[in-house]
Design a protein around this ligand. Structure first.
Ligand SMILES: Cc1cc2nc3c(=O)[nH]c(=O)nc-3n(C[C@H](O)[C@H](O)[C@H](O)COP(=O)(O)OP(=O)(O)OC[C@H]3O[C@@H](n4cnc5c(N)ncnc54)[C@H](O)[C@@H]3O)c2cc1C
Length: 425
């Protein structure tokens, strides 16, 4: 391991997805002399590359890009991107607020290419405290590249934004290393290259990713046999009606945060159908049409299993065997591949943070997204995307990104200006 730079960074970011990218732009536009540096595990900028399904659209208005809600005049807005690419007029002609995910990814990559503050192929694998004069004054961030080479960066403050972790249901625990059981996160990268004509594939899940994957597979030339297994009675549409959508307004964060814990929980449960286990109405209609068309033309290539839970999964000599429990009792499915569109968990990765856990108070992140730490621990540790319980449903989405970045950027600047914490020049 080599210590790359002896001067500590004022701020070191873990991950360079939209959250930390938005923060990098906010710091840049604030024009403060902050030494900020970000470490990203991927070899280059990418946004959920495994789910970059052609034709898939954004589920949020392009006006909720990395910057516009904070600074509508920013040179890093989606509109600026369209202008720079010579597509502004054509985009206007489309009369939509919802670009494709392919285009929005290109926008994010365009912004990232103008922020030379990120080191790619650097997965953070540990963070250790640096002690001086009886208190923790900085942190040492250990990262590793794809070749396994380690590096080390010292930082005064941290911002942690590594996104969600693919949720792997317990029933499939024994098939974790089986290349035929794939999370939706790896759909394009791991599932598509394995497709063979006539394969039988089970897609598990009732949300947006399941609907997109099922639709994509159904249209493929391989003539795949597909089973869609969902827990609910029917695929349900995401509620994006205007009054409900107000819950994603950045102004709602403070209101939500001020609620008593029980009311926050109630609100999250009541409004879960804005984001969880729901899909776009268009995708649901397309899926229904596919099944209807099959009933007109005859055939049994596509099957929907509603109100079913997987209770057992194993590898057999024939392939994969899945047992479902549903209203008519247990039934078995044989599959060549199982796709888990089962969502993501948001919990701070203890394998990264374990060096600091003894300094955490265990309290949730504060209003300014700072993790409460014990007395004597000077570095501020901010988190992005890990405060849904205290900051509301928008926390894991793009909706509040621009303003959250501004809040964190201001806190960071305050901390750095706090004199004793100013990085040595
Ligand atoms: C398929 C899909 C579509 C979505 N579409 C929308 C949408 O339309 N609208 C919306 O509002 N939300 C959408 N979301 C929600 C999504 O979480 C946010 O849009 C957004 O990606 C959150 O950004 P982030 O930077 O917090 O996390 P991420 O985008 O997940 O980025 C985290 C980054 O951290 C990196 N990383 C992880 N661990 C480490 C480590 N140890 N060291 C270094 N780097 C690390 C990852 O490689 C990644 O690049 C979608 C989610 C998915 C999965």
């Amino acid at each position: 391991m080599t210590a790359q730079d002896h001067r500590p960074h004022d701020l070191l970011g873990v991950g360079f997805g939209p959250s930390n990218l938005s923060l990098a732009v906010a710091l840049h536009e604030m024009g403060q002399p902050i030494r900020a540096h970000f470490l990203e595990a991927r070899a280059e900028f990418a946004w959920h590359p495994g789910m970059l399904i052609p034709g898939a659209d954004m589920q949020v208005s392009f006006l909720k890009d990395l910057v516009s809600l904070r600074n509508p005049q920013s040179a890093f807005s989606f509109v600026s991107y369209l202008h720079a690419k010579g597509r502004l007029s054509k985009f206007i002609n489309r009369k939509t607020f919802f670009p494709s995910r392919v285009e929005f990814t290109d926008y994010l990559a365009w912004v990232a290419s103008q922020m030379p503050v990120c080191e790619y192929d650097r997965r953070v694998v540990g963070i250790e405290p640096v002690e001086a004069a009886g208190q923790i004054e900085a942190v040492e961030v250990i990262s590793q590249n794809a070749a396994g080479e380690q590096d080390c960066h010292r930082a005064r403050h941290l911002v942690i934004a590594p996104g969600g972790r693919a949720r792997w249901p317990v029933v499939f625990a024994g098939l974790r290393g089986d290349a035929r059981v794939i999370h939706s996160n790896d759909y394009r990268t791991k599932a598509l290259p394995r497709l063979q004509p006539g394969m039988r594939i089970v897609v598990l899940g009732g949300g947006q990713s399941a609907a997109e994957i099922f639709g994509d597979l159904a249209g493929r030339a391989e003539g795949l046999r597909l089973d869609l297994v969902l827990r609910g009675r029917a695929m349900r549409p995401a509620d994006d009606s205007p009054f409900v959508n107000e819950v994603f307004d950045p102004e709602q964060t403070a209101r939500f945060h001020a609620l008593p814990k029980a009311q926050r929980q109630k609100s999250l449960t009541t409004l879960a159908a804005t984001n969880y286990a729901v899909a776009d109405g268009d995708n649901i209609a397309d899926l229904y049409d596919l099944l209807y068309e099959q009933s007109v033309q005859g055939g049994d290539r596509l099957t929907l299993h509603s109100e079913c839970l997987p209770v057992h999964a194993e590898a057999t000599a024939q392939g994969l065997r899945l047992v479902l429990d549903g209203p008519e009792g247990k039934r078995e499915l044989q599959a060549d591949m199982i796709l888990l569109a089962t969502g993501y968990d948001r919990a701070l990765d203890s394998s990264v943070l374990h060096g600091l856990t003894r300094f955490q108070t265990g309290e949730p992140p504060a209003r300014d997204y700072r993790l409460p730490m014990v007395a004597g621990f000077a570095p501020a540790i901010f988190v992005q995307g890990y405060s849904e319980a205290t900051h509301g449903l928008s926390d894991t989405l793009l909706s509040v990104l621009a303003l959250r970045a501004e809040e964190i950027a201001r806190s960071v600047v305050e901390q750095v200006r706090g004199g004793t914490l100013l990085a040595a020049e």
